[in-house]
Write a protein that binds this ligand. Structure first.
Ligand code: PLP
Length: 393
């Protein structure tokens, strides 16, 4: 069977691939420590679970409006108001089956063949593939390590053409954990307004910020920037709800309406009971969110120090999300490997520690370690990496 052109060049998600490989080794009886996870290791908070059970028992198991239940849109609108002082109408919000699907639907409705989307590197693995699936062209701009993996307004301006449709901002970032400051966002926003470039602001890690860092949405900086921005967010990371598949987009009414039309012919709606759970997530106590954030911060502090103590590792201190993204090219070369990819493979093979090579994020000298696992396992993983290094050097 000859497959369609649009999927023939599609690469499987490298993060899911490494997680699958680690699970395979585990199933074969190996003591594998997986640091590839892109999801919190905590259970979904109890009051959220109870809300979904209640919804089920009350028969809320039918189709919902394609763009999401009105009480959920209200809860999301209230959340924007509370956290960013942003005001949206229900017609400016769509609930989707995860933030990933919100992004997918967005690119489908804004891109025509050859339209360019600027993607800062390192990037989250799905951005380029989703842009290509919508027949768009990814244009990469390097967020260099000595600028904390962030792009500058001048860099952005230098790649804008008459085909540029949008730029993706992801702050806090997966994989780097870096956060754009208010001033940096203002300067980038100015460039986007000047050239009429839509800003796709992926804020899924909004709640996971450390050491007093502040998450700022570019949309909150001015009414003009709000109109220029589509915010993507969801409850996967903030409320440990990855499996529930609820995310959303907020912004320009015409775009949201087109996304809702497309959703009506693709998903019909996000799962009804997961929507009820999300209403509880936003309207209920936010204490579990803070509890998880604190646990992540503690792990970050321990891990960051221990990693930097390993020869050949140089790791900027992330300000958010739950990943460390050290430069490991020196570590790879010290142990006789030409590439970080090969080095990562050897560590999985010999030490049974699963890391994600930076190549999948457009940054082949780095490696991503997720600290969404217990401190005990994290420390064990670092000890294994250190012993691998000592043995090969
Ligand atoms: N955006 C980024 C940067 C992510 O890391 C992820 C998940 O890994 C998503 C979006 C998708 O989240 P969701 O589970 O809501 O689809």
């Amino acid at each position: 069977m000859k497959l369609a052109k649009r999927v023939s060049a599609l690469t499987p998600s490298s993060t899911l691939a490494i997680t699958a490989k680690a699970k395979e080794l585990k199933a074969a009886g190996h003591d594998v420590i997986g640091l590839g996870a892109g999801e919190p290791d905590f259970n979904t908070p109890q009051h959220i679970l109870e809300a979904s059970v209640k919804a089920m028992n009350e028969g809320q198991t039918k189709y919902t409006p394609a763009g999401g239940l009105m009480p959920l849109k209200d809860a999301i609108i209230e959340k924007f108001n509370r956290d960013q002082s942003l005001t949206y109408k229900p017609s400016e919000v769509i609930v989707c089956s995860g933030a990933k699907h919100a992004l997918y639907t967005l690119f489908q409705v804004i891109l025509d063949e050859g339209d360019e989307v600027i993607i800062p590197t390192p990037y989250w693995v799905s951005y380029p593939e989703q842009v290509k699936l919508a027949e768009g062209t990814p244009v990469y701009v390097e967020g260099s390590e000595n600028n904390e993996f962030k792009i500058t307004p001048a860099q952005l301006e230098s790649v804008i053409t008459n085909k540029t449709k949008a730029v993706i901002l992801n702050s806090p970032s997966n994989p780097t954990g870096m956060i754009y400051t208010r001033e940096e966002l203002e300067a980038i926003g100015e460039v986007c307004l000047k050239h009429n470039v839509l800003i796709v602001s992926d804020e899924i890690y909004e709640k996971l910020v450390y050491d007093g860092a502040e998450h700022v949405s570019i949309a909150e900086l001015s009414p003009a920037l709000k109109e220029q921005t589509i915010i993507i967010n969801g409850v996967s990371k903030s409320h440990s709800m990855t499996g529930w598949r609820i995310g959303y987009a907020a912004g320009n009414e015409t775009i949201i309406k087109a996304m809702t039309n497309l959703a009506s012919h693709s998903t019909s709606n996000p799962t009804s009971i997961a929507q009820y759970a999300t209403i509880a997530a936003y309207n209920g106590t936010q204490e579990p969110v803070e509890m998880m954030r604190k646990a992540f911060e503690e792990r970050l502090n321990v891990m960051h120090k221990q990693l930097n103590d390993i020869p050949g590792f140089s790791c900027l201190k992330p300000q958010g999300a739950f990943y460390l993204f050290p430069n490991a090219i020196e570590a790879a070369r010290l142990t006789g490997f030409e590439t970080v990819d090969a080095w990562v493979e050897a560590i999985l093979e010999e030490e049974k520690v699963a890391l994600v090579p930076g190549s999948g994020f457009g940054s082949p000298e780095n490696v991503r370690l997720s600290y969404a696992t217990s401190l005990e396992l994290l420390e064990k993983a670092v000890a294994r990496i250190a012993s691998f290094m000592a043995r090969h050097m």
